[in-house]
Design a protein around this ligand. Structure first.
Ligand code: NAD
Length: 516
C-alpha cells in the first residue's frame, strides 16, 4: 500500500484486519508481490513519473475565447489543488455572464465559416489535434494525474489513448456525414454549450468536442472547477493545430458559469455530463426552448457474477469495475450481484485481491488507486459509507496505510447489503462496493434493474445464451459480458432513466450535433 507513514487519515473505523474467518489474516498471495503486508520479501521500489513532465503550469489562468487567452470580466478567482498533496496548482477565473456571452459570441462568429468548410477540411484539423495529443500525451497524462488524483498508469494507458482515438474516429466521419444515416445533407446546429465533470476531464472534453467539430458546430466548453488544467492545456493544442479562432472556446468556473452557459439564448445545443441533480435542473431550464439537449448522468451499475463464471477473471472484472479511477466512474460496477452458491468463494478471492491493491501517489507507476478528487467528494464517500454501516451492512477494507496529506479512501466492500440500503441505491462515486446475492437469473435481472439509474451492467458467465437472455432484459445503456469498463470511440454510450438521454460515441454520437 502507500508508502508514507504516520497516517492521520486512516482507513474506515472498523478493524483493519479482515473480520471474517474465511479470509486469512495475511492474504495468501505470493509474498514476493510485496505490497506492504507482513511477510513480504520485498516491496516494489517507488517508480514515480516526474511532475516536471506536466510542463509549465501558470500561476493563474483566464479564459480561452476567440483563439486567445483573455482576462475574465470579473474579479473572482478559484483555485485548483493537487488532491494527492492539497497543494494549490493554479488559480483560474470564475466565468461571469459577460465572459460566457463573449465566448458564445466568438463561437457564433466562427460558426458560418467552420460549417461551410468541406468535411475533408474539418477532418484535417481533427486529425492534427489527434496527432498533437499523441505527441504530447505524456505531458497531458502527468498534468491530468496531478490535477485529478488518478493514477498515471490510467491516464497514460486509458485516458490519453482514448482521447486521441476519439479525435481520430470523428475526424474520419467529418467527410462522410451524408452516409451516416441522418439524411442526404445533415446540417450542424450552431454553437454547442458543453459542460463536463471532473472524473475524466480530458476524455469527457474529447467526447464532447470531437463530434461537435466533425459535424460543423462550434463550441464553448466549461470544465469542472476541480480539474480545469487539461482543458486549458487543450486550448494551447487548439492553437498549435491552427484551428480557426472561435471554433473552440474554454470558459472556466463553477456551476454558476455552467448555468449561465447552458441558459445562454444563442446556444443551439447543450451537452452535459455530470450529476443527475444538475442534469435535471438543466432540463427544466431548457424546457420550451428550441435547444437540443443530451444528458450523461449518474449510475449504479450491477456487476452480475453467475456460479459458472471463471471466478479469477470475474474478480479482476469486479476490481476493475469499482476501483478503476477510485470508483469515480459513472458506469462503475458499484453493486456486485453474486450468485449465492459462489458468494463465499468470490468474496474470499476478492478480498485477497483487494489486499494487493496499492493506494498512494498517483504519479507512481505502480499505484492502482490514487487520490479522491476533492475534499467535498471524500466527505460524501465517508458519509455514505458511514450510513452503510449504520444501516447494518458489514464493512471491510484491507489493511492500508494512507498518506498523511491529500484526500484518500481505502478500497472498501460492504457485504450483507439489502436493496433498501442507501449504499445500494445512491451513487457513492468512490471506491466502495456493495455486495448483494441472487439465486436465479430472473432474480438477478430484477435486482439489477431495481435502481433509478440505467447506465451500465456487467454479466459474468460461461453460457452465451445466458448472456443474451440477460442483456436483453437489463435496462442499461451498456452491457458488458465477461469484461467491464471497456470503452471505444466507435461504440455509443449513454443511459436509460435517471442516467440521462442521448448517446455519445459511435455513429449515434453524431446525431446529438446534427439537425436531423
Ligand atoms: P456535477 O453535476 O456537480 O458537475 C458537473 C459539471 O456541471 C461541473 O462542470 C459543474 O461545474 C457543472 N455544474 C454544476 N452546477 C451546474 C448548473 N446548475 N448548471 C450547469 N452546470 C453546472 O457533477 P460532478 O460532481 O462534477 O460529477 C460527478 C457526476 O457526474 C456523477 O454523478 C457521475 O455519475 C456523473 N458522470 C456521468 C458520466 C456519464 O457519461 N454518464 C460521465 C462522468 C460523470
Amino acid at each position: 500500500m502507500a508508502t508514507p507513514k504516520n497516517s492521520k487519515q486512516t482507513a474506515p473505523a472498523e478493524p483493519a484486519v479482515p473480520a471474517e474467518p474465511a479470509v486469512p489474516a495475511e492474504p495468501a498471495v505470493p509474498a514476493s508481490i510485496g505490497n506492504g503486508f507482513p511477510g513480504k520479501l520485498f516491496s516494489y521500489a517507488p517508480a514515480p513519473e516526474s511532475p516536471a513532465a506536466a510542463g509549465d503550469i501558470a500561476s493563474s489562468y483566464g479564459h480561452f475565447i476567440g483563439g486567445e487567452f483573455t482576462e475574465s470580466a470579473g474579479k473572482e478567482a478559484l483555485k485548483t489543488v493537487n488532491p494527492a498533496t492539497e497543494q494549490v496548482l493554479a488559480e483560474f477565473a470564475q466565468g461571469t455572464e459577460e465572459d460566457v456571452d463573449r465566448a458564445v459570441k466568438a463561437a457564433r462568429d466562427a460558426f458560418p465559416g467552420w460549417a461551410a468548410l468541406p468535411g475533408s477540411e474539418r477532418a484535417k484539423y481533427l486529425f492534427r489535434i489527434a496527432r498533437i495529443i499523441q505527441e504530447r500525451s505524456r505531458e497531458l497524462a502527468v498534468l491530468e494525474s496531478i490535477d485529478n488524483g488518478k493514477p498515471i498508469r490510467e491516464t497514460r494507458d486509458v485516458d490519453l489513448p482514448l482521447v486521441a482515438a476519439h479525435f481520430f474516429y470523428y475526424a474520419g466521419w467529418a467527410d462522410k456525414l451524408e452516409y451516416a444515416g441522418f439524411g442526404p445533407s445533415p446540417r450542424p446546429l450552431g454553437v454547442a454549450a458543453q459542460v463536463i465533470p471532473w472524473n475524466f476531464p480530458l476524455l469527457m472534453l474529447a467526447w464532447k468536442i470531437a463530434p461537435a467539430l466533425a459535424t460543423g458546430n462550434t463550441v464553448v466548453l466549461k470544465p469542472a472547477e476541480t480539474t480545469p488544467l487539461t482543458a486549458l492545456r487543450f486550448a494551447e493544442i487548439v492553437r498549435q493545430a491552427g484551428l480557426p479562432k472561435g471554433v473552440v472556446n474554454i470558459v472556466t468556473g463553477d456551476g454558476r458559469t455552467g448555468a449561465a452557459l447552458t441558459a445562454h439564448p444563442d446556444v443551439a445545443k447543450v451537452a452535459f455530463t455530470g450529476s443527475t441533480e444538475v442534469g435535471r435542473s438543466i432540463a427544466r431550464s431548457l424546457a420550451g426552448s428550441r435547444k437540443k439537449l443530451s444528458l450523461e448522468l449518474g449510475g449504479k451499475a450491477a456487476n452480475i457474477v453467475f456460479d459458472d463464471a471463471p471466478i479469477d477473471q470475474a474478480v479482476e472484472g469486479i476490481v476493475n469495475g469499482i476501483f478503476f479511477n477510485q470508483g469515480h466512474v459513472c458506469c462503475a460496477g458499484s453493486r456486485l450481484l453474486v450468485q449465492e452458491s459462489v458468494q463465499d468463494e468470490v468474496l474470499d478471492a476478492l478480498k485477497r485481491r483487494m489486499a494487493t491493491l496499492r493506494v498512494g501517489d498517483p504519479l507512481d507507476k505502480n499505484t492502482d488507486v490514487g487520490a479522491i478528487n476533492s475534499a467535498a467528494q471524500l466527505a460524501r464517500i465517508r458519509e455514505l459509507s458511514d450510513i452503510g454501516e449504520a444501516e447494518g451492512a458489514e464493512r471491510w477494507s484491507p489493511a492500508c496505510e494512507l498518506p498523511s496529506s491529500g484526500y484518500w479512501f481505502a478500497p472498501t466492500v460492504f457485504t450483507g447489503v439489502s436493496q433498501a440500503h442507501r449504499i445500494a441505491r445512491e451513487e457513492v462515486f468512490g471506491p466502495v462496493l456493495s455486495v448483494l446475492t441472487f439465486r436465479t437469473p430472473a432474480e438477478a435481472v430484477e435486482k439489477a434493474n431495481n435502481t433509478p439509474y440505467g447506465l451500465s451492467a456487467g454479466i459474468w458467465t460461461e453460457k452465451g445464451s445466458r448472456i443474451l437472455w440477460m442483456a436483453s432484459r437489463l435496462r442499461a445503456g451498456v452491457v458488458w459480458s465477461n469484461t467491464f469498463n471497456k470503452f471505444d470511440p466507435t461504440s455509443p454510450f449513454g443511459g436509460y432513466k435517471e442516467s440521462g438521454y442521448g448517446r455519445e460515441g459511435g455513429r449515434h454520437g453524431l446525431e446529438a450535433y446534427l439537425d436531423v
